[in-house]
Design a protein around this ligand. Structure first.
Ligand SMILES: Cc1cc2nc3c(=O)[nH]c(=O)nc-3n(C[C@H](O)[C@H](O)[C@H](O)COP(=O)(O)O)c2cc1C
Length: 242
C-alpha cells in the first residue's frame, strides 16, 4: 500500500504537525505501508494564477514548473493521501490551501451530476482516498470544524472518498513530554495506532481518536498555563521553547 502525506505546516520538524505526522507514519510503516512525505514549506508550490491553462491545455499541466506536476504523479499512484495541516485562522494553512488550489490539473473541467450535485468529471479513474491530520493551538475540538468541513468538501470536489480525521487540540502538549510524560506517551501511541489502523482497516477507531485528542488538563488550568506562557514570551519578546 502506498501513502502520500502532504505536510502543510511551515514549521517543519519544529512543529506539532510534524509530531503528528512522524508518529502516524511510524504506524503506517509498522503495518506494512510505504509512505512518502511532501513538505510544502520546503517545496514552495506557487499560488494558482487562475489562468485555466491546466483545465484546457492538451497536457493538463500547470504553467508553474515548481515540482507540483511530479507530486501529482505520486498522488496518482497512492492509495491514501493524508493531508496534514495546522489550524490557522480557523482554516487550513496557506500552504495547504495552495496545494488544494493546485489540484486542478488532476480534474476535468466538464461537469457531471453525482448524487444530484454537479461535480467536475474525473480525469483519472482512481484518486487516493483522503485522511486529515490536524493540530490546533486552542483547547476545544470545535476549532477543527472548518478545517474538517473544508477537507471533506475538497474530497467531494475531487470525487474521492474521505476516511477520517486524526485531530490534536492544545497542540503544544505534544512538546511537553517533560511535564506530561505519561499523557504525551499515550497520545503518541494513539497517533501511531491511528496510522496502523488506516493501513489495516481503512478507517480510525473512535477509541484511538479519543486517545489522540485527550487533553490531560481541564479548561481553567489550560487558560492559566497558556496565559502564563504567553506572558513569559511577551516579556522576552519572542516565542520561547516549551
Ligand atoms: C497564523 C496562525 C493562526 C492560528 N490560528 C489558530 C486558530 O484559529 N485556532 C487554533 O486552534 N489555533 C490556531 N493557531 C495555533 C496553531 O494551530 C498551533 O500553534 C499549531 O501547533 C501550529 O502548527 P505547527 O506546530 O505545526 O506549526 C494559529 C497559529 C498561527 C501561527
Amino acid at each position: 500500500m502506498n501513502i502520500i502525506v502532504i505536510n502543510g505546516s511551515p514549521s517543519l520538524k519544529k512543529g506539532m504537525t510534524y509530531q503528528l505526522i512522524s508518529n502516524f507514519i511510524k504506524g503506517c510503516e509498522s503495518a506494512g505501508a510505504t509512505v512518502e512525505q511532501i513538505d510544502l514549506q520546503t517545496m514552495k508550490p506557487k499560488f494558482c494564477l487562475g489562468c485555466m491553462h491546466c483545465f484546457y491545455s492538451k497536457d493538463h499541466l500547470c504553467v508553474h514548473k515548481d515540482g507540483m506536476a511530479e507530486v501529482h504523479q505520486k498522488i496518482l499512484k497512492a492509495d491514501y493521501m493524508v493531508m496534514a495541516t495546522p489550524v490557522y485562522a480557523d482554516g487550513v494553512s496557506g500552504q495547504m490551501k495552495t496545494f488544494m488550489d493546485r489540484f486542478v490539473p488532476l480534474i476535468d473541467v466538464r461537469f457531471e451530476i453525482v448524487y444530484g450535485h454537479y461535480r467536475h468529471i474525473k480525469l483519472h479513474e482512481k484518486l487516493p482516498k483522503v485522511a486529515l491530520l490536524s493540530v490546533a493551538g486552542f483547547y476545544e475540538m470545535d476549532n477543527f470544524d472548518a478545517v474538517e468541513e473544508h477537507v471533506k468538501k475538497f474530497t467531494l470536489h475531487i470525487q474521492s472518498e474521505f476516511v477520517g480525521s486524526v485531530l490534536r487540540p492544545s497542540s503544544y502538549i505534544l512538546g511537553m513530554d517533560q511535564i506530561f510524560t505519561d499523557d504525551v506517551k499515550k497520545i503518541k501511541e494513539g497517533i501511531v495506532r491511528a496510522g496502523a489502523e488506516l493501513v489495516k482497516n481503512g478507517a480510525f477507531s473512535q477509541d484511538t481518536l479519543d486517545q489522540v485528542s485527550n487533553t490531560p488538563i481541564d479548561k481553567e488550568m489550560w487558560l492559566l498555563g497558556s496565559n502564563k506562557f504567553h506572558e513569559k514570551c511577551l516579556e522576552a519578546g519572542k516565542f520561547l521553547p516549551l
